[in-house]
Write a protein that binds this ligand. Structure first.
Ligand SMILES: Cc1cc2nc3c(=O)[nH]c(=O)nc-3n(C[C@H](O)[C@H](O)[C@H](O)COP(=O)(O)OP(=O)(O)OC[C@H]3O[C@@H](n4cnc5c(N)ncnc54)[C@H](O)[C@@H]3O)c2cc1C
Length: 568
């Protein structure tokens, strides 16, 4: 048998929580299982705390599986003079590249320079010189020939003067969250999915615990802690309004299209400005596909309903990519899937009307109020630093906690790769050690070489699906196909053709009978259509959501264009 992630199944873990909750006082309970909560769980576990993380849905269900997947230093922060922020992010990027080389990978970027377009090559290269200097290596160059023939075939050539190539990194955001959670659990931290915080419990005005509800059984019970951390991203205000009155979060939606790489083969992440509003947008190679992103607009819908792309966003992204790559002629027929995420942007609501979404700062904020520490904003990239700041604030409640040793130590234990049983390539081994950490050897021991063959066009193998089913707290089919691996995004119709093969695996590992299996398939297919497809199935959003461009100019579209065909 595999050694499971938690050494207990989810049901056993839940039973343990319920049985012991009368006499257990956790040092810290973290609410929210995105990258922010996971990072805090890991650093708190490294600090030796007795710590529990709860997530109302699946791990990484929120922004942390729906980001643009860049582990980046934030060139735009440097452009707006935020040197320290860029320095922190670049340092963290380098740390992640070093510690998780198969999960956080270098990605080269390319930006074409067009006549009369700002920033021109001189300004851009000056910024990049500082950027590279912070990262400790020169990693950019100006290209003035062969751009359309070699570097970015099909790129718009009218007024093209040259291009700049520079370096950042890319990841699989949901797997990054899983890796962080796994490392924390190996150190004694506990993480539970489908367990929601319903209500803060207060004693003499101080938060001393939470009332939680198991989303699977419906059971509710109380948990006590010396300090509670609210790491619920876009949902931050919901819990925080129980200790103070002012809202802080402006939920901003960003959506993406995924097309097969053969329709738009890219060697670089290509950055360009949208012709309508001049916002910087991009297309990048990811997991053998091409991702086109992203938008930035107020999200007025219920946060508990999964976000999805609107028709106006589809049109906007297609207009952008077809201006940059006119020969590619990308249309809705090329789209394999779409996804939309909600950025937990901290905003001064007094100025919300006058501040354009893309002008909102992306820094994180931390509030320490009556035993509740809330944290929101920030990036995937800086989760370790955010976690250290949260733990520093938590010292008010946990005075004996010593953080000194944590600041410079490795986040992830190095993995010993001396297994020679499998003829895996160097890149496969690097990927698997980064994704599964100390469990890599177990994964290898219990699968044949044949089971490591990639499924379809993805990087995922059968061995990994089996591992996830047994060891990674999969509750629903969508947990497996949308977040433990990305088959649901990368294969047409969410990988529907694989379902028959998956049925016996899921039923054996999760004890699902035929009725439950069918319910899971129906739930998954409905989700794929509504939230990961084109807006045919989410017309509620498409109708009332107009895309507000940078000029606050409303882009309205012919309602006939609301009717689309699902990508084949
Ligand atoms: C479109 C988009 C593109 C982005 N691109 C990048 C990028 O390229 N690079 C980068 O570094 N960053 C990027 N970001 C930002 C980054 O993804 C987010 O800052 C980060 O994922 C936020 O993580 P989080 O854990 O704070 O929030 P989330 O990931 O949203 O997690 C919060 C979790 O809390 C849970 N929760 C809420 N209420 C409760 C409750 N009552 N009980 C239990 N659980 C609860 C939610 O279900 C959710 O899973 C992007 C974000 C978006 C949306």
């Amino acid at each position: 048998m595999y050694q499971p992630l938690t050494s207990l199944t989810r049901d056993q873990q839940l039973e343990k929580l319920q049985l012991n909750n009368d006499n257990t006082i956790w040092d810290m309970i973290i609410i929210g299982g995105g990258i922010t909560g996971a990072g805090i769980l890991l650093t708190a576990s490294q600090a030796g705390l007795k710590v529990l993380l709860i997530e109302q849905q699946d791990f990484a269900w929120g922004a942390s599986s729906k980001s643009s997947k860049m582990v980046h230093g934030g060139l735009r922060y440097l452009g707006s003079g935020q040197y320290n922020m860029t320095k922190d992010a670049v340092t963290e990027r380098e740390k992640l590249l070093n510690e998780l080389p198969g999960l956080v990978s270098p990605l080269q970027f390319l930006m074409g320079h067009y006549k009369y377009q700002f920033p021109g090559p001189l300004v851009f290269n000056t910024l990049l010189t500082i950027y590279d200097w912070i990262g400790g290596k020169r990693n950019h160059r100006y290209i003035n020939h062969n751009i359309a023939d070699f570097h970015a075939p099909g790129i718009e050539q009218s007024k093209l003067q040259g291009a700049t190539q520079f370096a950042d990194a890319v990841t699989d955001d949901a797997r990054l969250v899983m890796r962080v959670l796994q490392e924390a659990q190996d150190l004694g931290g506990t993480a539970m999915n489908y367990l929601s915080a319903e209500q803060l419990i207060k004693t003499d005005g101080q938060v001393t615990g939470i009332r939680v509800a198991d989303q699977v059984s419906g059971q509710q019970f109380n948990l006590s802690a010396k300090v509670v951390v609210n790491a619920t991203g876009p949902w931050t205000d919901k819990l925080r309004l129980q200790v103070q009155a002012k809202k802080a979060i402006r939920p901003l939606r960003g959506s993406h299209l995924i097309v097969p790489s053969w329709r738009l083969p890219l060697a670089y992440s290509v950055s360009y400005f949208h012709p309508e509003d001049k916002r910087p947008i991009f297309a990048f190679p990811w997991e053998n596909s091409t991702v086109i992103g992203t938008t930035d607009l107020d999200h007025h819908h219920d946060l508990d309903q999964q976000p999805c792309i609107s028709q106006n966003e589809v049109d906007y992204l297609l207009a952008g990519i077809n201006k940059q790559f006119p020969q590619a002629d990308i249309s809705e027929d090329d789209v394999i899937s779409t996804y939309a995420g909600i950025r937990p942007v901290v905003s001064n609501h007094d100025n919300e009307q006058s501040t354009k979404p893309s002008d909102e700062k992306r820094e994180h904020s931390i509030w320490n109020e009556q035993g509740l520490i809330s944290v929101a904003g920030g990036k995937l990239t800086t989760f370790r630093l955010i976690a250290l700041e949260v733990l520093t604030a938590a010292q008010d409640y946990l005075p004996s906690m010593d953080l000194k040793a944590l600041r410079n130590q490795r986040l992830f234990k190095p993995v010993n790769d001396d297994n020679t049983n499998h003829s895996l390539s160097q890149s496969q081994r690097q990927r698997l050690t980064s994704l599964y950490g100390q469990h890599y050897s177990d994964l290898l021991k219990h699968a044949t070489t044949h089971e490591f063959k990639a499924i379809g066009n993805t990087n995922t193998s059968l061995a990994e699906l089996k591992w996830s089913l047994q060891c990674e707290m999969v509750v629903h089919l969508d947990d497996l196909l949308l977040r433990r691996c990305r088959i649901g995004l990368l294969l047409p119709h969410g990988g529907a053709h694989l379902l028959d093969q998956l049925q016996p695996l899921c039923q054996t590992a999760l004890g699902w009978n035929d009725v439950v299996w069918q319910q899971e398939v129906d739930r998954y297919q409905d989700m794929i259509q509504r939230y990961y497809g084109l807006p045919k199935h989410n017309a509620h959003l498409a109708k009332d959501d107009e895309l507000v461009t940078e000029n606050n100019h409303r882009v309205t579209k012919d309602s006939a264009s609301l009717v689309n065909t699902l990508a084949s």
